[in-house]
Design a binder for this molecule. Structure first.
Ligand code: 0A1
Ligand code: ZN
Length: 867
């Protein structure tokens, strides 16, 4: 690509010219001028073709103070800075390189490398942040043993943390002190971490199943100690689960987690020292919602699970990112399914895949799970690499079963522990371990786009034979016109007229079209396809009467839920057509009946019922339309919510009253389910009229947990009432000192569908509590508005687009990665009407016109524009 931004291609991979056996790092911490000294024991890599190749040390935003080789200063043109690296020639087959450089953590607004957040030091090195700390071969296939000493003022930095085990501490006099950390496990530089400052620890212990004690600590700012209990419990559960299910034990004496308020992503799996966005650590009933509690549990587990899938065995190069991410997301999903309701977890994960990954696969940003090229790898931490990658692992797991998968994972570790490997290595280990050839699944990693699956069937009553024909087709994606058929596991059953299963089977669709026969079928069955969502595909064309039958009868909870969802989607699309033709809208009796039945049977599984009651999102409906009509989608969904609320008012009222638990707040699955159903009922009642809004006001005033407060405030924020203003004011007054709660205050207003939302959001952008340097705050206001308030972001005036572009342009010079991530809502621009598409294109061109635009934002916007 142009503009001086080079792209990296997967097929250009070369092994490194040098390996690093040991690294000794010294940090002298100072916010304006931190001195980093490193001593690298380097050795020529026999796997590299050129025996005379120079040593390449990546570096970015560093001031070089000294470079020496085997004790002698490197002078003249033996060391040159070129293309973001220090290139040293004439290095012998083995030698010691010493580097001294300076960095300014205080000025690091990118939050990549070493930075200061509220007076404390943190690092973020994935993907390419270590090169912003010191000169180093900053690539995952260089795995080295690190020893690190940190020197700092004891008063400012009483706590000095790094990877591995604490080896020594020393008082240096004059208010200075030092800690030495030794990490016995070889690791790539992206897993390096340093945390220093005035933090306090919440401690616990874990004994591994072979009896080794591990000291656990969660490091937070003073005053947050009481908010770490859930994170700690989650950590211990994750540690025990990984031992029980995979035989993976923790491998250091200490496991530290540090929470930071300024962080680009969710959390980071640095060896022995995970760094977390505080959003995924801190929780109190009065400040965190049930969804927050659940997210904490799964993110804690995810990062912990990386210790084996990612850290012990890492990626050869960044194109293999899904090797660790897809696999680790799969593992954290399995963990959560084992903790409580597997069915609800599964359908939520599918909802999420459909909300974020399917649209990505269907637009200009489509890329294979293993991409082929990038300008900035940081742009590829995507739903495709993570969530679709997890689905690909899940399909293989489904085919070989848990025991086969376990044998495959055992072999993966036996072969590749302490190595940097490829996705082929992983699939080969699963194949060899299970005895099932999975090599065709590599195509799932190589080909972008979501396959569409259709079925056709017939029943021969005389022969008692049922025939099912399955077909798959994948639409072209940018740069890939022809698509190959993929192996698609279709878990399925045949349901008899009485609603009971006649047969249950796992089919594997290998070709574009395949026929499957079923003998001895006593009556014409209804096929139940894709049970448990056995493949990340779009199942199309199931007739409405069948959807209703499946929604009512299927033994598989996923198909039961999904059939209701697909049924509602079809109804809504029809209604959108009617609305566009100017017809009056009417409530479909089938939909009303299904919702009434769900409410009537809700007490059996309130969490599942709450999911079944929630209509497909506006974004999901948009994804089903050739030309998106945001106003019609919004009008239809609001009409339905109001109509259902009025028709079912008695049942909703009863549910709301029955589910009110006056007791103490508990976060077990049953209590969470009851709150979810109660708040779903509240939402419908409020859509129906004033009674619900009054209930919301009462709930807002009386609730003591954030789940109920937030649900009520969401209802009020969408209205134009005095209650809205009063509640928002009260909320802000109570929580203005708690950043995470204040994020909710911003997000609730940003996602409110009231007509003035764009002006609201512009006003909030100027609010004294808005801070462009805090990624959580940016996501809460700008991100939430643009990605979760479809109807107002896409206001026909273009005001939403201008707002987003203004924010991206303001943020890009400070934090290019965060700015680039904000561009996603523009991705579907060609799917909107010509007027909106032109307005979006205009804003993207304005962004591209900015001088010095970061490579992150440049890559995203040029890809979206197709330039
Ligand atoms: N490996 C982390 C994700 C992550 C990626 C980049 C980061 O900084 C820009 C931070 C975290 C995970 O999967 O949780
Ligand atoms: Zn991860």
């Amino acid at each position: 690509m142009s503009d001086g931004h080079r792209s990296v291609r997967r097929t250009d991979y070369q092994p490194p010219a040098f390996l690093i056996e040991r690294v000794e790092l010294h940090f002298d911490l100072d916010p304006k001028a931190t001195i980093v000294r490193s001593r690298l024991a380097v050795r020529r890599n026999p796997a590299h073709a050129d025996r005379a190749a120079p040593l390449r040390l990546d570096g970015e935003a560093l001031t070089l103070l000294r470079a020496a080789l085997d004790g002698e200063e490197i002078s003249g043109n033996r060391a040159i800075e070129q293309d973001g690296a220090l290139v040293i020639s004439g290095v012998p087959d083995a030698g010691v390189v010493e580097i001294e450089n300076r960095i300014a953590p205080d000025a690091n607004t990118e939050l990549s490398g070493l930075y200061v957040s509220r007076g404390n030091y943190f690092t973020q090195c994935e993907a390419e942040g270590f090169r912003r700390i010191t000169y180093f071969p900053d690539r995952p296939d260089v795995m080295a043993r690190f020893t690190t000493t940190i020197t700092a003022d004891r008063a400012h930095c009483p706590v000095l943390l790094c990877n591995g085990n604490l080896a020594a501490t020393e008082d240096l006099g004059g208010g200075r002190h030092r800690a030495t950390w030794d990490d016995p496990h070889p690791k790539p530089s992206y897993l390096f971490a340093l945390v220093a400052g005035d933090l306090v620890a919440v401690r616990d212990r874990f004994t591994t199943r072979s009896g080794r004690p591990v000291a656990l600590a969660i490091w937070v700012r003073r005053g947050d100690e009481d908010a770490c209990g859930h994170a700690m419990q989650s950590l211990k559960k994750a540690m025990a689960w990984d031992e029980a299910v995979f035989g993976f034990e923790y491998d250091l004496e200490q496991f530290n987690i540090a929470a930071v308020a300024d962080f680009n992503m969710g959390a980071m799996e640095n060896k022995g020292l995970n760094v977390f966005n505080s959003k995924y650590v801190l929780a109190r009933p009065e400040t965190a919602t049930d969804a927050d509690y659940q997210a904490i549990e799964s993110v804690i587990a995810h990062e912990y699970f990386h210790n084996w899938t990612g850290n012990r065995i890492t990626c050869r190069d960044w194109f293999q990112l899904s090797l660790k991410e897809g696999l680790t997301v799969f593992r954290d999903q399995q963990f959560t399914m084992d903790q409580g309701s597997a069915a609800v977890k599964r359908l939520r994960d599918v909802r999420r895949l459909r909300a974020a990954q399917f649209p990505e696969d269907d637009g200009p940003l489509a890329h294979p799970v293993r991409p082929d090229s990038y300008i900035a790898i940081d742009n590829f931490y995507t739903p495709t690499v993570y969530e679709k990658g997890a689905e690909v692992v899940r399909m293989m797991h489904t085919l070989i079963g848990p025991a086969g998968f376990r044998r495959g994972m055992d072999l993966y570790v036996a072969r590749h522990d302490n190595q940097a490997v490829t996705i082929e290595d992983f699939v080969r280990a699963l194949s060899d371990g299970s005895g099932v050839d999975l090599s065709r699944f590599l195509d799932w990693y190589a080909q972008a786009g979501t396959p569409e699956l259709t079925a056709e069937d017939s029943y021969d009553a005389v022969a008692r034979r049922y025939t099912l024909t399955l077909r798959q087709r994948t639409k072209p994606t940018p740069g890939e016109a022809e698509k190959r058929p993929l192996p698609i596991p279709v878990a399925m059953g045949l349901i008899g007229p009485d609603g009971r299963d006649i047969a249950a089977r796992m089919l594997l669709l290998n070709d574009a079209e395949q026929r499957f026969e079923f003998a001895e079928v006593p009556a014409p069955p209804t096929p139940s396809l894709l049970r448990g969502f056995s493949a990340p595909v779009k199942l199309k064309g199931v007739a409405r009467d069948r959807l209703r039958f499946l929604a009512a009868h299927d033994a598989d909870p996923f198909v039961r839920w999904d059939s209701g969802y697909q049924y509602a989607t079809g109804i809504m699309l029809d209604m959108i057509g009617a609305h566009q033709r100017g017809e009056t809208l009417a409530l479909d009796a089938g939909l009303e009946g299904a919702m009434a039945a769900t409410l009537a049977g809700a007490d059996a599984d309130p969490a599942f019922a709450a999911e079944a009651l929630s209509l497909p999102s506006e974004a999901f409906i948009a994804d089903q339309m050739d030309t998106i009509d945001v106003d019609a989608i919004h009008a239809v969904r609001e009409f339905l919510r109001g109509a259902l609320g009025r028709r079912l008012v008695a049942a909703l009222r009863a549910a709301y009253a029955r589910l009110s638990d006056g007791g103490p707040y508990r976060i077990d699955g049953a209590s969470i389910g009851r709150r979810a159903l109660r708040n779903a009922s509240l939402g419908y009642l409020a859509a129906a009229g004033a009674e619900g809004v009054a209930l919301a006001r009462r709930q807002f005033d009386g609730a003591t947990n954030m789940t109920d407060v937030q649900a009520a405030l969401e209802v009020l924020a969408a209205t134009d009432t005095a209650d809205r203003e009063a509640a928002l004011r009260a909320f802000h007054g109570r929580w203005r000192a708690d950043g995470l709660v204040l994020d909710k205050w911003f997000a609730i207003q940003a996602t409110s569908a009231r007509t003035q939302a764009v002006e609201d959001v512009r006003g909030l952008y100027r609010h004294p509590d808005f801070d462009l340097r805090n990624p959580n705050r940016v996501r809460a206001l700008v991100g939430a508005f643009a990605s979760a308030n479809q109807v107002r972001f896409h206001a026909a005036s273009g005001a939403g687009y201008r707002f987003l572009a203004d924010a991206i342009i303001a943020l890009d010079p400070m934090n290019g990665q965060a700015a680039a991530r904000l561009t996603n809502p523009f991705a579907a621009w060609r799917r909107h009407d010509a007027g909106r598409a032109a307005l979006m294109r205009e804003q993207m061109q304005r962004i591209l016109g900015v001088a010095g635009l970061s490579r992150f934002t440049f890559e995203k916007v040029t890809t979206v524009l197709g330039a």
